[in-house]
Design a protein around this ligand. Structure first.
Ligand SMILES: Cc1ncc(C[n+]2csc(CCOP(=O)(O)OP(=O)(O)O)c2C)c(N)n1
Length: 607
């Protein structure tokens, strides 16, 4: 057996980090373009070390360990050994005290950088806790390598054989079954020799469009095993496929339909996931004067101050549109409330216009333009060169939508003004105050709470809302991940009291302090789950629940002093009950975040 017990392990003498760069000059080692293909040699003690080395050379920067357990020792050893050798750069371990926070942090990091990171959780126990976050990452198309240990295989006879009750009870027949519906690929590492293929395949698949998490299980017996010197390619031989775009005939068809449209409409939720796609949409929208609605926006997909931006409620516009371009949106409208006319044409632009992983989704796809949205929009714009839309129609449309944009913004402003003195505070007023505090480059992360009618985001990559799966508790961890990715930018996390609790506050605030991630948390504290109350009100407008002073199953009272949880972790906290006090409180909190580099939390008492 090739197993390595901690006692057997050679000490640091054999370890120099050790990536021996070896060039092979054999014919097979050259690219077709005659560039030499280099092989590196990995010389480490264990498979776990080898895995970390490979993740590092493949550009993974963080290894979020969420709830390390008895399956982690080979990795703990490996990181300790790296630290003992002064290897503090490269792949960095982050100790996260809850799996919900770990997955959300990785999600938050990747949503602003596009670079997938690694998360490791404990067997079935950690996987169960990570599952909600994994669902969010899947629906948000966030690439991520989620790994989990597995209980030892052998009951006796090996250094890593089972010796605790959990080793029997934490085994399942098919551990990946728990997550399989929500990952693109799963696998169990069987042997160290597979490391290069497994790591490269995992990272290629997770990034391949549409991106999404992958799951790799790591049996203790395997990762604790000795790894013989391993030669691997200096650049991964498994790459995600290059971005695609639809064939020319389909683009021309769509362009002709669009050029003839009288009342076209763009609806998008997540185009801004690719910040560079936003400019392509602006170009197309301006060319034909197409109004844009950000429906259930998870990202900033169109500058809010652009005259063609028509807000967030597609219901008001959908029933008069003759051509709808649904771009990166799983839910372009709510058919229960409003539908496009029967003879409207629906063009869907998406990596996966049919949303194949959604069990049911009946939005028409008269023309499905599959591929990277950015490229499709540019190509669609080019295809319009062969059409001849009526310039008068476009000009009158432009004027109409510009006026509508101005009216809409004026109405939002007066709505915000109208609640500016309300106490408890109104969500609109809280959002307005946050909006006035933000600089154009600051990052806002929200779950449900931040009301975009009161904030004007203009730059891609500045606004992030939860995925439509809305497994709540994502926001606080995602904000920490965003701050980890962008230490020089201000990150504001705007969440309800319910979402803050779902987000494991103790873990959140501990992490913020431990890793110097000063985020401003603003809690919209209405003492309960307002969306659930609203849903009950809609379900039974004249029912029993609405007449109760407090609806059953919806309250979070007595409300905790959320600000004290932040203070308990070295942060700054304030409770705000007076609407006129909020701007000054935000300024104080932001000062702490920006200049003292400490986290801050405002517990805003809301209605
Ligand atoms: C993990 C999880 N549990 C339950 C829900 C159901 N749910 C949807 S909205 C909501 C209320 C959230 O409360 P809060 O964040 O305080 O926002 P509010 O609705 O009060 O504005 C709940 C419980 C969910 N989406 N996710």
């Amino acid at each position: 057996m090739n197993l390595l017990s901690p006692r057997d392990r050679s000490d640091t003498g054999t370890f120099t980090g050790l990536l021996e760069k070896t060039r092979y000059d054999g014919r097979a080692m050259h690219h077709a373009d005659d560039q030499p293909r280099l092989k590196n040699r990995l010389v480490v003690d264990t498979v776990a070390e080898g895995l970390l080395e490979l993740l590092e050379v493949r550009g993974v920067k963080y290894f979020f360990g969420g709830g390390a357990g008895t399956d982690f020792p080979p990795f703990i050893e490996a990181f300790a050994k790296r630290a003992a050798h002064g290897r503090t750069g490269g792949l960095r371990p982050i100790t996260v005290s809850h799996e919900i926070t770990a997955v959300a942090m990785a999600h938050g990091y990747t949503m602003v950088t596009g670079e997938p990171q690694a998360v490791m959780v404990h067997t079935i126990a950690g996987t169960a806790n990570a599952l909600g976050g994994l669902i969010n990452a899947t629906r948000a198309r966030v690439p991520m390598l989620l790994t989990a240990g597995r209980t030892p295989i052998t009951e006796m006879g090996h250094p890593t054989s089972r010796d605790q009750g959990i080793h029997w009870a934490q085994e399942s027949f098919d551990q990946a079954a728990m997550v399989r519906e929500f990952v693109k690929w799963d696998y169990e590492l069987r042997r160290g020799e597979q490391l290069e293929t497994v790591v490269d395949r995992a990272l290629a698949i997770t990034r391949n469009a549409p991106a999404g998490p992958v799951y790799l299980t790591l049996p203790l017996d395997v990762v604790g095993d000795r790894l013989s010197p391993l030669d691997y390619s200096s650049t991964p031989r498994l790459q995600p496929s290059s971005p695609t775009r639809p064939e020319t005939a389909s683009l021309q068809h769509a362009a002709h339909v669009l050029a003839r449209a009288t009342n076209p409409l763009v609806v998008t939720s997540s185009l801004g996931r690719d910040p560079e796609a936003v400019g392509a949409l602006v170009t197309l929208a301006e060319r034909l004067a197409i109004p844009v609605v950000e429906s259930w926006a998870s990202h900033l997909s169109f500058p809010q101050d652009h005259p063609l931006h028509q807000g967030f409620d597609v219901g008001a516009l959908i029933d008069t549109a003759d051509v709808i371009i649904a771009i990166e949106t799983d839910t372009p409208w709510f058919p229960k409330h409003a539908q496009p006319p029967e003879d409207a044409t629906v063009i869907q632009i998406d990596d996966d216009p049919l949303y194949e992983r959604y069990p049911i989704r009946g939005f028409p796809t008269d023309i499905g333009l599959a591929g990277r949205a950015r490229s499709t929009l540019v190509a669609l714009d080019a295809a319009l060169d062969l059409t001849s839309p009526n310039p008068d129609v476009i000009e009158s449309r432009r004027q109409r939508w510009t006026a509508s944009h101005d009216r809409r913004r004026a109405a939002w402003k007066s709505e915000g003004d109208g609640v500016s003195h309300d106490a408890p505070l109104d969500y609109q007023w809280i959002s307005r105050c946050i909006g006035e505090t933000l600089s154009p480059d600051d990052i806002a992360v929200t779950e449900i709470s931040l009301d975009r009618t009161q904030v004007s985001f203009t730059q891609p990559g500045t606004f992030f809302n939860h995925a439509h799966s809305a497994v709540l508790g994502w926001g606080p961890g995602a904000a920490l991940g965003a701050k980890l990715a962008c230490p020089d930018r201000t990150v504001v996390c705007a969440v309800g009291d319910g979402s803050h609790i779902f987000g494991v506050p103790t873990a959140t605030h501990l992490l913020s302090r431990a890793y110097d991630l000063p985020v401003l948390f603003v809690i919209y504290n209405n003492g309960g789950w307002q969306r659930t109350r609203d849903a009950t009100r809609a379900y039974a407008p004249d029912g029993w629940a609405i007449r109760q002073p407090s609806m059953p199953l919806c309250g979070l009272e007595p409300s905790p002093r959320f600000e004290l949880i932040c203070e308990a972790n070295g942060g700054y906290g304030e409770m705000v009950e007076d609407p006129s006090e909020l701007p000054a409180a935000l300024a104080r909190a932001l000062h702490v975040v920006k200049h003292e580099k400490r986290q801050a939390l405002l517990n805003v008492i809301a209605k």
